[in-house]
Design a protein around this ligand. Structure first.
Ligand code: UDX
Length: 457
């Protein structure tokens, strides 16, 4: 008699993943993938970074990241052991079925274009070690056309048949990096084969099952989704800041204007906060790199409006300096100015192209005595602007000040007591660069409250 044995289907092993480059993007992506159940190996060329991540320490400030890192870093008590780190490309190639490239793409010094040297180096270092089929997935923000070029390099350099490249742009915001990685608004994958799509669907199966839209495109469209999104967000911010300039000229109130505009569903409330404008490691350099790339493609006219977006943004910093000078009776010389905030936005210690620090620096160069306080970005600020003074608290920074400038909207600053702060300053002038303090509250405590795009009285 023939016995039919029940066939036991072994669950297919999950692909193993490497993450190349462990900065904001890479460290978060690696930890999030471990959280999703994958075995992950993070690679960086900086041994110090690898040493600190291997101890479960995040070398920058990002809420929540330390917790998920420590839940998974191998060798730490109670961890899943699914996440480890290396500096070796040979180890990475031997380990991974999928390799995410998460290195940075800064602006080239003295040019608008993007510096691709880290992405290029990552591909050139990894591909020659790919001795079995593997998928290389770019996440870094790159000029459109880079993915197709890098796909050719992977095919040329990899000894294995079936080593290929896909593009999967990342949209995470600093301060929300963990949330944005585990539950993004959408997942976009640019692929050239069904196999690549299948593998990426496997990586993102959990968020997709939870309803996150998964969009499949060609390589250039995937690259463009990222740069177009950043161009749109910058445009929205500069639009409202241009309206702030008009409000200043016409004595209107840009905060009320933005609120009223935001009720129109087609416009929406988000990214309409007027103030000293956008900074950080992404928006400013991404719109410039986008313009540079459009020029190379012979389509510079299409993006010439971004030049205006950039100028409106940079003008806000100069306007804040002028508003301070005006408040201080026309001269900054010898005036003591307290600057609250150094990070480019709250919940971050990142000071790259920070409007707050840029304004602090300009005031200092024009003769003011500037004292800065930030809850998290002090060390980074001191490294970049060692000539400014730094205080250990907001109150210490404001002590003796002729004007207090609110330049990064940390919650701690919104909760300041204007009456208590009034006791330590020399003169009660507060200038709100982020339009998030309550003018009525400050005026009640006898402060003059000034802000960009808002009426004086
Ligand atoms: C941005 C994009 O949001 C993200 O999708 C992309 O992946 C990277 O670039 P991030 O740089 O972390 O993220 O910061 P974001 O929250 O976008 O803020 C950028 C800058 O715009 C900050 O300086 C912020 O203060 C400023 N901003 C933002 C405004 O001035 N007004 C607003 O209404 C919103």
């Amino acid at each position: 008699m023939l016995m039919t044995m029940p066939t036991q289907t072994q669950p297919r092993a999950l692909p193993k993943i490497t993450v190349i480059g462990t900065g904001y993007l890479g460290a978060t992506h690696a930890a999030a993938l471990a959280e999703l159940g994958f075995e992950v190996l993070g690679l960086d060329v900086l041994p110090d970074k690898i040493a600190s991540l291997s101890r479960g320490e995040v070398p920058f400030y990002e809420p929540g990241l330390g917790d998920i890192l420590r839940r998974h870093v191998s060798g730490l008590p109670g961890s899943s052991g699914r996440l480890s780190f290396t500096t070796s490309y040979t180890d990475a190639a031997a380990f991974g079925d999928i390799h995410f490239i998460c290195v940075n793409t800064p602006q080239k010094p003295g040019e608008y274009a993007c510096d691709m040297s880290y992405v290029d180096a990552a591909v050139e270092s990894l591909a020659p070690h790919l001795t079995r089929p593997a998928l290389v997935v770019g996440k870094s923000t790159v000029p459109v056309g880079s993915a197709a070029r890098l796909a050719r390099r992977v095919a040329e350099l990899a000894p294995a048949e079936g080593a290929e490249l896909a593009w999967n742009p990342e949209f995470l915001r600093e301060g929300f990096a963990v949330e944005d990685t585990l539950r993004p608004d959408r997942i976009v994958v640019g692929v050239t084969s069904e196999r690549a799509e299948t593998l990426l669907r496997e990586v993102y199966a959990k968020p997709v099952a939870e309803g996150v839209p998964f969009l499949v495109t060609d390589l250039p469209t995937a690259e463009l989704v990222k740069t177009a999104a950043n161009a749109f967000l910058s445009t929205k911010i500069s639009f409202i800041n241009a309206m702030a300039e008009i409000c200043e000229a016409a004595d209107g109130d840009v905060v009320k204007l933005a609120e009223a505009l935001g009720h129109d569903d087609r416009i929406g409330k988000k990214f309409l906060r007027a103030g000293i404008g956008f900074g950080g490691g992404c928006l400013p350099k991404d719109i410039r790199a986008f313009m540079a790339r459009a020029g190379e493609l012979g389509a510079s006219e299409a993006l010439s409006f971004l030049r205006e977006i950039d100028s409106i943004n940079m003008r806000r910093r100069a306007s804040m300096v002028e508003l301070t000078r005006e408040t201080l009776d026309g001269s900054l010389l010898g005036k003591r100015v307290a600057v609250l905030g150094a990070a480019f936005k709250p919940d971050s210690d990142d000071v790259r192209d920070s409007p707050a620090l840029n304004i602090a620096g300009q005031l200092h160069l024009q003769g003011a005595e500037v004292t800065v306080y930030d809850p998290k970005a002090m060390e980074n600020a001191k490294r970049l602007f060692p000539t400014l003074r730094y205080a250990a608290t907001a109150t210490e920074a404001a002590t003796g000040a002729h004007a207090v400038l609110h330049l990064t909207e940390w919650r701690e600053f919104r909760e300041l007591d204007p009456a208590a702060l009034a006791e330590v300053v020399s003169t009660r002038h507060v200038l709100d660069g982020r339009n998030t303090l309550d003018p009525a509250l400050w005026r009640k405590a006898n402060w003059t409250y000034r802000a960009l795009g808002r009426p004086t009285a």
